[in-house]
Design a protein around this ligand. Structure first.
Ligand SMILES: [Zn+2]
Length: 410
């Protein structure tokens, strides 16, 4: 095998990414929420390009774009997503889709290589209507009732209406043909600054964090802010604030080296300057790639709540509202990315967990999966200034395509 087996066309990769950026452009980024007009045009743009890569294209009933190959031999599934967060960046999603397209264009016509790259652009990874709806639909984890109930978190529009408006109502949803693929490979921008600050080109993802989310509710006594003496108050807002500080004091001793936790929203009820809050609520999230660490932290959270309840001034209830198992990336996929990086990126790679969720964690529930990161300038993402140097985009494409080749060769 030659040391430089790729025929990646870097200019073509950059031109495709810029073509997608022009659809729904916002400043230097894009505004492309799921099932918006620019999102629909992006899906059609991609579907129109798949035949050039030896793939037959289908946009299914949930808005996944799927490219299927008739070439004999092993099949590797590759992709990412095309919609964006609101007023966000141009590479979050499209980078992985265009890399997959390039891999299919390079590998599928190659008669010396047995097997093919098939493509998927998963709908709504960014969660406008739900959680990973497109990839979860593909693995058979989305019911019709879930789609019936789903609404756009910004506009409130029903998902059924959105599907009808983009012409997808009544179309069948495609699910994975078990055993068809040797696995799933996804490329993505890092969305952090580990690679940039280390002078590295490629992140080899070892795992994708699990996200556990909690609603923590405090109950005190609503009363007059002027006439109620401090000593007799049962201020639910104050109890919440104390609890937040205590989490930060006590979590580090139990957390893992990369555990992160965030209080993302605090609500005081009734939330008026002259009324002592009788109720308070916080939405709290923990992320780690080791479920046992999160379980220990949840135990601690419940212990702390029991201590507050024992004091008796305000009561607190901890309710878990979301669980997401961490996903381990397949060892052979990590090895293939590393080998490709040694050949084409001077070995400037590092193994790292992903602190953000990705479709690969959903695919990992039914097939081996791997992920590759490229550097994000300044670590910025989910913002229109999100960017990656053109050279890094091209290097990433070369490594990605070579990793696909190595995986297909087994
Ligand atoms: Zn993304």
């Amino acid at each position: 095998m030659s040391d430089n087996p790729t025929r990646v066309d870097g200019a073509r990769v950059l031109a495709d990414l810029n073509a997608l950026r022009a659809i729904g452009a916002y400043k230097t980024g894009v505004h492309k929420p799921s099932f918006s007009e620019p999102h629909r045009r992006s899906l059609e743009w991609l579907a129109a390009r798949l035949p050039d890569a030896g793939l037959s294209a289908e946009i299914d009933g949930i808005g996944n774009v799927l490219g299927t190959s008739a070439k004999p031999g092993p099949k590797l599934l590759a992709g990412s997503h095309l919609e964006s967060q609101n007023y966000a960046g141009w590479l979050d999603g499209p980078l992985g889709v265009v890399y997959a397209l390039e891999a299919a264009r390079v590998i599928n016509p190659d008669t010396n290589l047995d097997g093919a790259v098939e493509l998927a652009a998963w709908c709504d990874e960014e969660g406008h209507f739900g959680q990973f709806l497109g990839s979860r639909s593909y693995v058979g984890a989305v019911t019709e009732a879930e789609i019936d109930a789903a609404r756009d978190r910004t506009s409130g529009k029903a998902m059924r209406d959105a599907l009808r408006d983009v012409g997808l109502a009544g179309r069948a949803r495609r699910t994975a043909e078990r055993g068809r693929h040797i696995g799933y490979l996804e490329a993505h921008i890092e969305q952090g600054e580990t690679l940039e600050s280390g002078g590295l080109k490629i992140g080899v993802v070892t795992s994708i964090v699990g996200i556990w989310q909690y609603r923590i509710s405090f109950e005190g006594e609503q009363n007059h802010a002027g006439t109620t003496r401090m000593a007799v108050r049962r201020d639910a807002g104050l109890a919440l604030a104390r609890f937040c500080v205590e989490i930060d004091d006590r979590f580090p001793a139990t957390a893992g080296p990369r555990t992160v936790w965030t209080t993302g929203r605090i609500t005081l009820d009734p939330g008026a300057p002259s009324i002592i809050p009788g109720r308070a609520e916080m939405l709290f999230q923990i992320r780690d790639d080791d479920a046992r660490v999160i379980e220990r932290l949840e135990d601690l959270l419940r212990t702390m709540a029991a201590e507050v309840n024992a004091k008796g001034k305000c009561s607190v209830a901890v309710e878990r509202i979301r669980t997401g198992a961490p996903a381990l990336m397949e060892a052979s996929f990590q090895h293939a990315i590393e080998a490709a990086s040694s050949a084409l990126a001077g070995g400037k790679s590092q193994r790292m967990p992903s602190g953000a969720g990705h479709d690969a964690q959903i695919l990992a529930t039914i097939m081996p999966a791997g992920m590759l990161f490229v550097p994000s300038i300044g670590g910025i993402s989910h913002h229109w200034t999100e960017n990656t140097a053109d050279d890094d985009i091209v290097t990433g494409a070369e490594v990605f395509v070579d990793a696909c080749r190595r995986l297909l060769k087994g």
